[in-house]
Ligand binder design. Structure first.
Ligand SMILES: NC(=O)c1ccc[n+]([C@@H]2O[C@H](COP(=O)([O-])OP(=O)(O)OC[C@H]3O[C@@H](n4cnc5c(N)ncnc54)[C@H](O)[C@@H]3O)[C@@H](O)[C@H]2O)c1
Ligand SMILES: N[C@H](C(=O)O)[C@H](O)COP(=O)(O)O
Length: 341
């Protein structure tokens, strides 16, 4: 399911919530000299309007599905999914929710059929899809169901001269905090850790990954005096996997797991819930962090931010995370050429 050497990888880019910053970020991405055939999945007229908000001139053509060998900065092809009603920047409209969902279905199905080599997603407004009557908690869960796959959400920053890369995987994703302890069990944690371990080996080229596992309770339960999930669930899961040869550290108190002394000891961290670890990444590297879904039968990456409704239509939104997501997707496509930019 990869592009022949002479052709560019076909990278599907879903435009996200029409009233958010997604379409503008897609327009900015198209200006980059990425070695990819960029296929926006969204409304072509809206993409033109988004480019105008950013003061950009885009050359937008229909996607005919043919593979191409070259793309110039400023060129993008579109798989057109018309909006139900024109977007009002900053004011999502539930009437457009099904258009958004259709773009995601097209991207997932296209990746599985070989129409696309990977998908990069711009942010959606989860609440407006729910307001339209559709159960939806995120791309991660949507793509997992579509592909019938067990997946793990990981957010990863590249790191740089002054800071090592940070990769945070989540045992649970978009559920109420009250439901988190009941969602954790030994089988589930073992499965998630296996997916993370395999992805670190296969996709990140780390031969013997070291994974830090966070506790759930303050101070990782303080020996059972502040909660028992560490003793009853997390440690037994880790023990099973250690016997299978995995290098696991923990259960670690979440408040100190990310201090400088700990960082070089782990290639990734498994957090028990969404807000336990994502604020660390988002405050450290909001511009360069990428969200990726491990365990899918295709490559899916995304931005680390949301729809930023207050910026929509201003042309001011920062495209760095979407660009980083596109670059990572290109690196992860088997046999794809390395991005040059
Ligand atoms: N990948 C996704 O689809 C995704 C990811 C996160 C949040 N969301 C959704 O987005 C909606 C809004 O979420 P939120 O308000 O918590 O987070 P947000 O990321 O939209 O905004 C948080 C802050 O960061 C700023 N910001 C975000 N992206 C920016 C960018 N590219 N350039 C400059 N500033 C930027 C915003 O202006 C705001 O001040 C929610 O519905 C949430 O579920 C979607
Ligand atoms: N959890 C993600 C974040 O905080 O950035 C975000 O909500 C997007 O999740 P999906 O990729 O599942 O839509």
């Amino acid at each position: 399911m990869h592009a022949a050497a002479a052709f560019l990888p076909r990278l599907a880019v879903t435009a996200g919530e029409p009233a958010g910053i997604g379409p503008e970020l897609v327009a900015r991405l198209a200006m980059r000299p990425l070695p990819a055939d960029l296929i926006a999945i969204g409304d072509a007229d809206q993409l033109r309007r988004a480019a105008a908000h950013c003061g950009l001139t885009l050359q937008i053509t229909d996607d005919d599905g043919q593979r191409i060998a070259e793309r110039q900065p400023g060129q993008i092809r579109v798989a057109h999914h018309p909006l139900r009603t024109p977007e009002q920047p900053g004011q999502p409209d539930p009437r457009n929710a099904f258009q958004v969902l259709n773009t995601l279905s097209h991207a997932a199905d296209g990746c599985m059929s070989g129409e696309f080599d990977a998908v990069v997603t711009a942010p959606v407004q989860k609440s407006i899809i729910n307001d339209a009557g559709e159960p939806f908690s995120g791309h991660t869960e949507f793509f997992a169901r579509r592909a019938n796959a067990s997946v793990v959400m990981m957010l990863a920053s590249e790191g740089g001269a002054e800071r090592p890369p940070l990769r945070v995987a989540l045992a649970t994703t978009h559920l109420p905090l009250r439901a988190v302890p009941d969602a954790l069990d030994v089988d589930m944690l073992c499965a998630k850790l296996r997916i993370v371990h395999d992805a670190l080996q296969r996709q990140f080229g780390i031969a013997e990954p070291r994974i830090g596992v966070l506790g759930l309770n303050p101070h990782a339960g303080e020996g059972g005096h502040m909660g028992r999930e560490e003793i009853d669930i997390i440690e037994p899961s880790m023990q099973i996997l250690r016997e299978q040869g995995l290098h696991l550290l923990g259960p670690l108190p979440a408040d100190t797991a990310f201090v400088p002394a700990m960082r070089p000891r782990m290639d990734a961290v498994l957090a028990m819930y969404h807000d336990q670890a994502l604020p660390v990444l988002k405050s450290e590297a909001f511009d360069s962090t990428v969200n990726l879904t491990l365990g899918l039968p295709f490559v899916r990456t995304s931005v680390d931010h949301g729809t930023a409704l207050e910026l929509a239509g201003s042309g001011q939104a920062d495209p760095s995370s979407l660009i980083a997501a596109a670059r990572l997707a290109l690196r992860l496509i088997p046999h794809a050429r390395s991005p040059q930019t």
